[in-house]
Design a protein around this ligand. Structure first.
Ligand code: UDP
Length: 402
């Protein structure tokens, strides 16, 4: 799929005043330098979503930026999924062979990838061990996107020696910071208001996209997420069933897999087993390029849920807020700063709490619309790609000039 050319200039009217000029000035300081981002999948999940939009914008600003993706083995992805789960606090059994496979694949990728750049940004634990390739005068950042505030110690103790070799670690929330001997930085993720996922859609475009899904003509509750236990799709179904006793509505669970997530199919099957008996529950297993489809679903929804049990930062929360939707999210990780309780949505701690807030919003549509507008403005000020770009440029300036 070819990403259409993205220019920073197009964001002038949509981003808060001054942001675009600030980005140009920050870029001036690092012109001629080279950068490379590395992650573990080109498609699926928030990191790939952001890199697809950020990398062309960096390029538009005249910077020499590349995006490399590591290649793993099925065992490697199982190991890194276990790391992911363990860092987010779940008990995992990881054998010494699994640790060895992790290092072997990183070494293999290190031999293959071109990591020769002034600045290297490594995303998440999967490629973290690539730091053995770090050259003395280059600036390496480890960008951790997950909620690693209460990691399983054994796994963190394994990863920490790798992380400690970086010049800095970047987290999505102050709470996620670790005891490390390197500087730690805070950076919120972002969404792109001009991408197909988020751009304006006319009513006709939206309806044309949605007609292929046979969605009942009723108020729609929506959760968009990979089929992952931390996203709690079964909890969403339970909350919907409580609501359904009083409010006629439908539930859409839209998701898909990520190339580096081997658990997705199993969770999807569990969701289908629980949801398929009810004609008002629509489970959509979407291909990775369903940006317009997700855009249309988020616009059509009356209430958007992100009932995560752990979350570094929910891009889906910001996407729905940008479309003027009140979002009900789990009181976890980044969602606690994305949603201002009672102003831009609600955070909840249980299925009952979720059901209660869904009913409140369904029963008070004009209040929900006002809340949605506040959510949109909050997103404009805090979670757009232009702010994210400035954060990166500032950090890169600092790393390169110190
Ligand atoms: N997404 C998608 N298709 C899907 C499920 C999710 O395109 O089937 C997108 C979603 O719109 C969002 C990103 O993937 O942009 C998920 O990011 P988030 O931070 O919410 O969660 P993550 O998957 O990174 O844990």
């Amino acid at each position: 799929m070819i990403t259409p050319k993205i220019t920073l200039e197009s964001y002038r009217e949509i981003a808060p005043q001054g942001t675009v000029d600030l980005a140009y000035r920050l870029a001036d300081g690092i012109k001629g330098r080279s950068f490379v981002h590395v992650n573990s999948t080109r498609w699926g999940g928030g990191v790939a979503e952001m890199l697809h939009r950020l990398v062309p914008l960096f390029t538009d600003m005249g910077l020499d930026v590349r995006w490399e993706v590591i290649e793993g083995s099925p065992v490697f992805y199982q190991v890194t999924k276990s790391f992911h789960n363990a860092l987010q606090g779940q008990d995992q059994i990881i054998t010494s062979e699994m640790y060895q496979e992790y290092e072997r694949i990183n070494k293999k990728n290190g031999r293959k990838l071109d990591l020769d750049a002034d600045c290297v940004v490594i995303h998440d634990p999967q490629p973290a061990a690539l730091v053995y390739k770090k050259k003395r005068r280059s600036f390496w950042l480890w960008r951790c996107h997950i909620d690693a505030s209460h990691p399983q110690r054994k796994v963190w103790n394994f990863l920490k020696p790798f992380v400690s070799q970086y010049d800095g670690a970047v987290f999505s929330l102050p709470d996620f910071a670790q005891k490390l001997n390197i500087p730690q930085y805070l950076m919120y993720p972002s969404i792109d208001p001009l991408s197909d996922k988020n751009r304006d859609l006319s009513e006709e475009e939206m309806m044309a996209i949605l007609q292929r899904y046979n969605i009942p003509d009723k108020p729609m509750i929506l959760q968009v997420s990979r089929f992952d236990r931390f996203k709690d799709p079964l909890g969403v179904i339970k909350a919907y069933k409580m609501v359904k006793k009083y409010n006629d509505c439908c539930l859409v669970l839209a998701g898909g897999g990520a190339a580096d997530d081997p658990e997705g199919l199993q969770v999807l099957n569990e969701v289908k087993a629980d949801g398929e008996k009810d004609a008002d529950i629509i489970i959509l297993d979407l291909p990775p390029d369903s940006n317009l489809e997700i855009n249309a679903l988020q616009r059509k929804a009356s209430v958007v849920i992100q009932k995560s049990l752990k979350e570094g930062f929910g891009l889906t929360v910001a996407e729905a807020m940008w479309k003027g939707k009140p979002v009900i999210g789990g009181f976890v990780g980044g969602i606690t700063v994305q949603i201002v309780y009672g102003q831009t949505g609600y955070t909840v701690n249980s299925e009952e709490g979720c059901a209660y807030q869904i009913r409140y919003l369904l029963n008070n549509p004009s209040f929900a619309a006002r809340m949605g507008q506040q959510a949109k403005e909050y997103t404009r000020r805090n979670f757009l790609i232009t702010r994210h770009l400035c954060d990166y440029l500032a950090l890169l300036n600092m790393g390169i000039h110190t």
